[in-house]
Write a protein that binds this ligand. Structure first.
Ligand SMILES: C[S@@+](CC[C@H](N)C(=O)[O-])C[C@H]1O[C@@H](n2cnc3c(N)ncnc32)[C@H](O)[C@@H]1O
Length: 334
């Protein structure tokens, strides 16, 4: 299951925006840890679903434990999960670097597990606190487009996205102890189209089509590997789950690109272009590697050309860049 591929190699170097956003959610997560202390006298079992190369997870859990340790020395185990083909070498390098990891916080052990989160990962009722940042919007498989159903948001894609999130939440709820919590951060979709981000994403591709580097045929196979819920989609899904969980938080919010905010202060367009380009290129890398049918060498060449196009576009239009994210916290009913 899962149609992710090796494309997230290099994620640690291109995911500062995600880190900035998840660090803002620390108080919410620490409240979940503190609530879990009241559920048991045993060590706390925490799971991080979709850890990737681990740098952001280390920052997040390091700070969370620092805050928890102000009030409790309760032993904690943290399990990091991702796909078997995740870049685990980089993950363990990060984890074993004392400057990054949380092991110095005391009474804490870690483990890591390579298995799709579309499978059952843990025993039922064994997790006190679940966490997942920027991962549960990845689809389980490529939606098969119905004949004549054109466009990026075709009906099979929408159905797949909705069905996948329901599957994921049910599996995670099953793994939680009664009273345990799950916090997830995922991409969001609002009524207002995010035209700037859309432009940064599609215009470079369109330029490469004009140059004859990507064919129309290549592009017609293009799809999305992630699906972002609207608020009303969340409300419909959460209604279905109301006999299993209580909603502690459901918040959709705008996150202004941190590199853009730095650019407003420093006026250093080169740094801004570079940082934002790395963020956009990392997303494009997944799409190019998944949907374009070429040799790896050709795909890498296409990616390099896309990077140049993205930078040119940022240079020509230094207006605000933002994304929308959803934070959801669920508590399993006792
Ligand atoms: C954008 S990264 C998020 C990394 C990190 N949590 C963060 O916040 O920066 C998404 C991760 O989800 C993982 N992922 C995607 N589909 C998955 C699946 N079916 N099972 C497990 N992990 C998956 C990818 O491999 C990737 O490492």
């Amino acid at each position: 299951m899962a149609f992710q591929n090796i494309a997230l190699k290099g994620y640690n170097r291109a995911s500062h925006w995600q880190l900035v956003f998840q660090m803002e959610k620390l108080p919410l997560f620490v409240a979940n840890l503190e609530a879990a202390l009241k559920l048991t006298n045993s060590p706390l079992s925490i799971v991080d679903y979709g850890c990737s190369e681990g740098f952001n997870s280390m920052q997040f859990f390091n700070k969370s434990l620092e805050l928890l340790r102000k009030t409790s020395q309760r032993p904690v185990s943290i399990l990091h999960t991702d796909l078997p083909k995740n870049n685990w070498t980089e993950f363990f390098n990060v984890l074993n670097n004392p400057h990054n990891n949380y092991l110095t916080k005391g009474n804490v052990t870690y483990s890591a597990l390579g298995r799709s989160f579309y499978e059952d990962i843990l025993l039922p009722e064994s997790v006190h606190v679940g966490f997942s940042a920027f991962a549960f919007h990845y689809l389980s498989k490529e939606p098969i487009r119905k004949p004549g159903d054109t466009g990026i948001f075709h009906s099979a894609y929408v159905e797949q996205g909705r069905q996948d999130m329901e599957t994921l939440l049910n599996k995670r709820i099953n793994e939680l102890v009664p009273g345990g919590t799950l916090m997830i951060i995922v991409g969001a979709r609002t009524e207002q189209l995010n035209t700037k981000m859309g432009r940064l994403y599609f215009e470079p591709l369109s330029n490469l089509i004009k140059m004859g580097v990507i064919s129309q045929e290549d592009f017609s196979a293009f799809g999305m590997t992630t699906y972002a819920f609207t608020l009303s989609e969340w409300q419909t899904l959460l209604k279905k789950l109301e006999n299993k969980v209580k909603v502690i938080e459901l918040k959709m919010e705008k996150s202004i690109c941190p590199f853009y905010l730095e650019y407003l202060k420093d006026k250093d367009i080169e740094v801004y272009k570079d940082e934002l380009m790395k963020f956009v290129a990392q997303m494009m890398k997944v799409q190019v590697n998944t949907f374009i049918n070429r040799t790896q060498e050709e795909k890498d060449k296409i990616l390099e050309m896309l990077k140049t196009e993205i930078k040119n576009l940022i240079h020509s239009d230094p207006s605000e860049v933002y994304m929308e994210f959803t934070t959801l916290v669920l508590e399993k009913l006792k």
